[in-house]
Design a protein around this ligand. Sequence first.
Ligand code: ATP
Ligand code: MG
Length: 422
Amino acid sequence: MSEKVKSIRGMQALLPEILEKWQAIEQIVKGVFNAYAFKEIRTPVVERSELFQRTIGENTDVVSKEMYSFKDRKDQSLSLRPEATAGIIRAGIEHSLFYNQTQKLWSMGPMYRYERPQKGRYRQFHQINMEAFGFSGPEIDAEIILMTARIWKLLKVDNLQLEINSLGTPVSRNKYRAELQHYFLEHRAILDEDSLVRLEKNPMRILDSKNPDLQSIIETAPKMLDFLDAESSEHFEKLKETLTSNGIQFVLNDKLVRGLDYYTKTVFEWTTDQLGSQATVCGGGRYDGLVKELGGQDIPAIGCAIGVERLTELVAVSDENPQNKQPKIYIVAVGKDAENRALILSEKIRDLGHGISVAMNMDGGSFKQQFKRADKSGSDLALIIGEEEIESGTVSIKSMKSDAEQKSVDEAKVLEEIKQYL
Ligand code: ATP
Ligand code: MG
């Protein structure tokens, strides 16, 4: 036997069994996007490395440690996308999507980060993204949060908590950053290696540290909310009001800084206590300067990403999955003539539409073997064609889900009859 080729660590195939749930989730999510007038966009999985360095930030974990970067045959540095926003902006600028118009866009697909694989953390994982361009007021911030809340509700996920914070404008944020740097410098002796690097380059990221030894100095660190400029403060107040008046509960988390550098004003995360330390199911925020930074118009923007693998962990398998409701038929056919007729019949049933799934028995077998296969396939109905049926011009119909008697039907009427069973 030849040697097997192994998969790549942290990258897994999604098998048919689990994909039923994924498809149900995707269907619900697409319905919600439609309800909020968001349109789909799909961008390449590979981009120039420069795109992510300029957007996410050189000093973030994602860019400095987690990117899959490689040279192509022209010696150009490319990267597998670690997130979706940068590529969407790049494509939007290239195709003038932001010129004199607003955009509400969603996307779904695989992302790549070289992280230590564990439950809820993979090297290939999937995100559902939503981004809105050209809206400056807090209404869109609220709408995106309401939209995610609606997704949780429709998926019957009720254990998520919303955390929000404001990072201010670049000006107030820089003031805060300087203050924070000063504060952590005074506590330099306690800082770990990671935080010492962050201290130089991006002290706000220390607030994000999960090291338990640092929690007490993080707790007493200066708070961004005390440094907010008037504009950001008003924006944040209005958002909180809107959320409250729409019945959305939230907690203020002044240590919420997010892992990417580009955020301004509103940031938020939906977290759960049901997934261990991989607690964030959805995260996002405003990135008002980013489109301009990448050579586009000076327009405000906001977006967020749902981690699909983590979300699926929280969604119970449900009979309401529309795919599970679709009727399944298996055609049992014994003998060459029967097989020919079965093929014609299966195409006719598919012509009916109705979402009926038809599997025709392949590669022969006895009645007994074929019924076993019909059973295993989870069919609702078996249509049987044997020598007897060929002679009498009939098809036998047997329910696989009830004890109802097998029934013989004239071939011309079989389609009518099937409809009654479904
Ligand atoms: P974490 O703090 O868990 O590393 P993050 O802040 O790096 O998350 P984001 O960049 O905000 O994550 O991505 C949005 C969402 O994508 C996360 O909330 C999470 O649900 C999911 N996600 C991020 N990284 C991974 C991964 N390696 N494997 C699975 N899902 C992930
Ligand atoms: Mg991360």
